[in-house]
Design a protein around this ligand. Structure first.
Ligand SMILES: [Fe+2]
Ligand SMILES: [Fe+2]
Length: 265
């Protein structure tokens, strides 16, 4: 089976890229399942039920998030009611919402029974707000998911490359793929580890790339020059969808191939 993961969707330009490019990518790569990080989809900060509905209707099956999860208060409704909406699993116990899910899809081979795909979302702790240990939480969650399926995709939302690589190496052979998000810069280190886990340190972001990580350039420079707070509006130009296509053996759950995606609107 083939899965597309889409890096952080930033604002309206990012949503437009998803709506325009997902149908094209689905056909081009014969995609069976699409996951997107939506933590910046509402004006660059957070997500609302209305925006999540827009992303789902563009063909995305599951939305993951990260540290910008809480930026819009309406997110609570998604956390409570939407099974296709994930937050980092390693928030304290009793936090609303879910950090993982198992989703059923049609088998790409006609006549064979449906496939279950596990999706797990975790957040790193290095240079980020402290949460529960994602390594311990990840091991535990993967063990539980593997009772239901061997096809497991992990969005590890983290800043430090060392934390991301160590995390993915720990799970090599236990999950089909680990792809990082959060830095908004696509890395060029896509590979399949010896145990069969496909890996990419960061998927990048989907939105305006004539920007600083999706925001207008001048206010960010001002912020660094003056150390004074600025309004960071979402930028407009050079809209690109960033992500990765991962081919997974549906019988063994092994990641077979990972290809970076960089598609302009
Ligand atoms: Fe982000
Ligand atoms: Fe983030």
């Amino acid at each position: 089976m083939k899965l597309l993961f889409i890096g952080d969707i930033v604002g309206q330009p990012g949503r437009r890229a998803v709506a325009e490019l997902v149908p094209k990518l689905r056909e081009q790569h014969a995609l069976d399942f699409i996951i997107a990080n939506g933590e910046n989809s509402a004006g660059g900060s957070g997500i609302t039920p209305k925006i999540a509905a827009e992303i789902f209707s563009a063909g995305v099956d599951v939305i993951t998030t990260g540290d910008h999860l809480w930026d819009q208060k309406e997110v609570m409704e998604l956390l409570v009611n939407e099974k296709r909406f994930l937050r980092p699993l390693n928030y304290p116990p009793a936090t609303p919402g879910q950090g993982s899910g198992v989703f059923e899809i049609r088998n790409p081979k006609p006549g064979l029974q449906n496939i279950s795909v596990g999706v797990l979302n975790l957040q790193g702790r290095t240079f980020m707000p402290p949460l529960e240990n994602p390594f311990l939480a990840g091991l535990d969650a993967v063990k539980k998911l593997r009772e239901q399926t061997k096809i497991i995709f992990v969005d590890f939302h983290a800043e430090a490359t060392s934390e991301k690589i160590a995390f993915a190496r720990m799970l090599d052979g236990q999950v089909s793929a680990v792809v990082g998000t959060h830095t908004h810069v696509q890395t060029a280190d896509e590979q399949v580890f010896p145990g069969g886990t496909a890996y990419l340190t960061d998927a990048g972001f989907t939105g305006p790339h004539e920007s600083v990580l999706g925001r207008e350039i001048a206010p960010v420079i001002q912020r660094f020059l003056t150390s004074m707070p600025q309004r960071f509006e979402v930028a407009k130009d050079r809209v690109i969808l960033h992500g990765a296509v991962i081919e997974i053996n549906e019988n063994t759950g092994r990641g077979m191939r990972i290809v970076r995606v960089m598609e302009a609107v």
